[in-house]
Design a protein around this ligand. Structure first.
Ligand code: SAM
Length: 281
């Protein structure tokens, strides 16, 4: 094999979800840089791979990166894996890839398992445009602010979440996108308790909040883009205020004020005003 850095995806649950080429690269590499070497040893021993492992995680300093770059310069094959799925996708690796490029070294990526893409492909939500947003901030105010920013994006949103924060994420999403918005919970993908549930955010939040089993394991949340046909933009009080303000203010300003007051999408409110005006004509 040619010297270089190889980015190698590993399974997100089912150990069989690894490509023949991935196994080949892991077997032939001089060293495997792994997030948690004990965790990865299980996968490697399942496939009888005895390649030496070195620890590489988000707190690895520049010294570790420099050491791996030196190995490649010396003609070695370095494979990068994370605990699960595709390295660099909400996982370490970005600094290492940057360093390899900066040193003009070859970098190859193998295609493979990724929870975001697996969830998207099963969700039944629009796929022509999607936006991977990773983990939301842990604190509620910051999370709502981030969700509000995301609400302007006209694409299916893909979020990762830890099980102990899933109810809070769904509640905040309902507050920002409205309870009618279609969403999907994709839990424990490829594993024994795989669960895919598609529903409106209000129902999905209620379902997850009232069943502790749905608050366990690994979870991807997908939120559909706004649908003008099936969705009213807000609760009735927000719409009443919007109507009242639009009599006194330009539609854009009225929409912004109501969006701020009710933590809603200003664009959707503005569209609501335009639709209503067209209906009136
Ligand atoms: N690099 C990984 C990838 O390619 O998907 C993601 C690593 S990130 C640290 C872990 C998060 O990914 C989990 O908290 C969860 O949101 C999501 N995830 C990973 N495996 C999953 C699975 N089997 N089912 C659902 N979500 C999963």
């Amino acid at each position: 094999m040619k010297a270089g850095l190889y980015i190698v995806p590993t399974p997100i649950g089912n150990l069989e979800d690894v490509t023949l080429r991935a196994l080949d690269v892991l077997r032939s590499a001089d060293v495997i840089a792994a997030e948690d070497t004990r965790h990865s040893r299980r996968l490697l021993s399942h496939y009888d791979i005895a390649t030496p492992l070195v620890s590489f995680h988000e707190h690895s300093g520049d010294g570790v990166i420099a050491g791996l770059v030196e190995r490649i310069i010396a003609g070695q094959v370095v494979a990068l894996i994370s605990d699960a799925g595709t390295p660099l996708v909400s996982d370490p690796g970005y600094d290492l890839v940057q360093a390899a490029h900066a040193a003009d070294l070859p970098v190859s990526a193998l295609p493979g398992a990724c929870a975001a893409i697996t969830a998207l492909s099963v969700a039944g939500l629009p796929t022509h445009a999607f936006y991977f947003a990773g983990f939301m901030p842990a604190k509620s105010a910051a999370r709502r602010k981030r969700l509000l920013e995301l609400s302007d994006i006209e694409a299916t949103l893909i979020l990762y979440e830890a099980p102990h924060r899933i109810v809070a994420l769904l509640e905040d999403s309902q507050g920002v996108f409205g309870g009618e918005r279609e969403a999907v919970l994709a839990r424990e993908l490829t594993k024994t308790y795989e669960t895919i549930r598609r529903d409106r955010l209000a129902n999905l939040t209620h379902w997850v909040a009232s069943d502790p089993n749905q608050q366990k394991g690994e979870i991807v949340v997908l939120i559909a883009p706004h649908s003008k046909k099936t969705e009213s933009p807000a609760d009735p009080r927000a719409l009443q205020l919007l109507e009242a303000l639009s009599l006194e203010l330009p539609p854009k300003r009225a929409s912004q004020l109501v969006a701020q007051a009710y933590e809603l999408n200003a664009k959707a409110l503005y569209q609501h005003l335009l639709n209503r005006k067209n209906d009136d004509q």
